[in-house]
Every structure is written in C-alpha cells, then in structure tokens.
Design a protein around this ligand. Structure first.
Ligand code: GDP
Length: 198
C-alpha cells in the first residue's frame, strides 16, 4: 500500500458554514474523547503531530480539515463524552455536529472510533445508532487493538456488534487499529482510495 504522500492542515471551523468549499470527497473521524482519534489520524497521515493528541475538554470545539494527497479531505471532528463538560457545551457540540452531518454534501463516509478496550458503552451505541437512523454511511474503527489484551478486544468488539445486530439489518463494516503496531492503517487508506476511485 502506497502511503499518503501529503497531508496539509487547511482550517479549523466553528461551524459547518465556515468549512472549506466542499469540492472534494470528505471522510470524517469522530469518537469519544481519548478513543485514540488524534493518534490514528497521525498514523494514517505519517505525521507525528498533525492532529493534536489529547486536546483538553472545555476548549473551543472545532471542525478540522486536512487536505490529503491534494485530492480528499480528512476531517477531525470534536469528540463526545468528556466527563466534565457543561450542558451548554454539550448542546453546542450537538448543534455543530448535526449541522455538519446534515449539510456537508461532499461528506462521503463517517468513521466512528470505538475503544476496543472497553465493554460496549452506551454513548457509543447511541451515537452509532443515531447516524445509522439518519442514513449516514458509517464505518466503525475499533482502536487500541494492541497485542496485549487482544482477546479482550475481540470479545468487546463481538459484544458491540451483537448489540447493534438487534436493530441493524446489515452491520456497518469495521476495522481494527493499533497505533502501536500500525495495524489497520493500510486497510483504512486502501478503503478510502477504493471509494475515491469509485
Ligand atoms: P483522542 O482524544 O481521541 O484524540 O485520543 P489520543 O489520540 O489523544 O489518545 C488518547 C490516549 O490513548 C493517549 O495516551 C494515546 O497514547 C493512547 N492511544 C491512542 N491510540 C492507541 C493505540 O492504538 N494503542 C495504545 N496502546 N494506546 C493508544
């Protein structure tokens, strides 16, 4: 798999109306805080610091656009599930994310990241279900599937899928990643390229 050649930060937007022109296919990454999103974005793009690892709660929540290989956008969306955010911060996150999902027409796929070390979390199940109900094309990424704890990860993933199966006719595709071993990197890049090449 040829690695990504170039990854360039374009801009941070406080709302969908500020995002760059939607003239390229766009792939969004989202998940609970601490799920490993920044680490994964840095792994995929071969940058050690493209996405900022562990941004603090309470900071302005922004939609970050990165231009990849001059042909598609990778979007780092603000995560959910911070332990200590106020009601009004939660509401403004919801509004921003809903606005983005509803109006961003070039949005091709949403990757929802889930921590494979945890048993199925209600917040993740609810988020995935809400996207599914809205008809959003989604792919799950189970993160932190390192060698140590691989069995636990497998059983957490199976449990998550089992719960989804009760309501979903067809389960979304999923990948497993580890930023320690690099697992999943080529699969995700290959998957995006395949869609882009249509
Ligand atoms: P974010 O808040 O979703 O952007 O998560 P970060 O990328 O900041 O990662 C949160 C924590 O999980 C950091 O301490 C990372 O080093 C760690 N982490 C992220 N990905 C992995 C992984 O694949 N394996 C392991 N073992 N730790 C990871």
């Amino acid at each position: 798999m040829k690695p990504i050649k170039s990854a360039e930060f374009i801009k941070s937007s406080a709302e969908v109306g500020e995002c760059p022109a939607g003239d390229k296919p766009e792939y969004a990454f989202i998940g609970r805080s601490n799920v490993g999103k920044s680490s994964l974005i840095n792994l995929l793009t071969n940058h050690s610091k493209l996405a900022k690892v562990s941004s603090k709660p309470g900071k302005t929540q922004l939609i970050n656009h990165f231009l990849i290989d001059e042909s598609w956008y990778l979007v780092d969306l603000p995560g959910y599930g911070w332990a200590k955010v106020s009601k009004s911060q939660k509401a403004s996150w919801k509004k921003m994310i809903a606005g983005y999902f509803e109006t961003r027409e070039n949005l091709t796929n949403v990757f929802v990241l889930i921590d494979s070390r945890l048993e199925p979390q209600r917040i993740d199940l609810e988020f995935v279900t809400s996207l599914g109900q809205a008809g959003m094309p989604i792919t799950l990424i189970f993160t932190k599937v390192d060698k140590r704890g691989a069995n636990k990860a497998q059983s957490n993933i199976a449990a998550f899928r089992k719960i989804l199966k009760k309501e979903w006719e067809e389960l979304p595709l999923h990948f497993m990643t580890s930023t320690v071993t690099g697992q999943g990197k080529d699969d995700i890049i290959g998957y995006i390229r395949e869609i882009n090449e249509g």
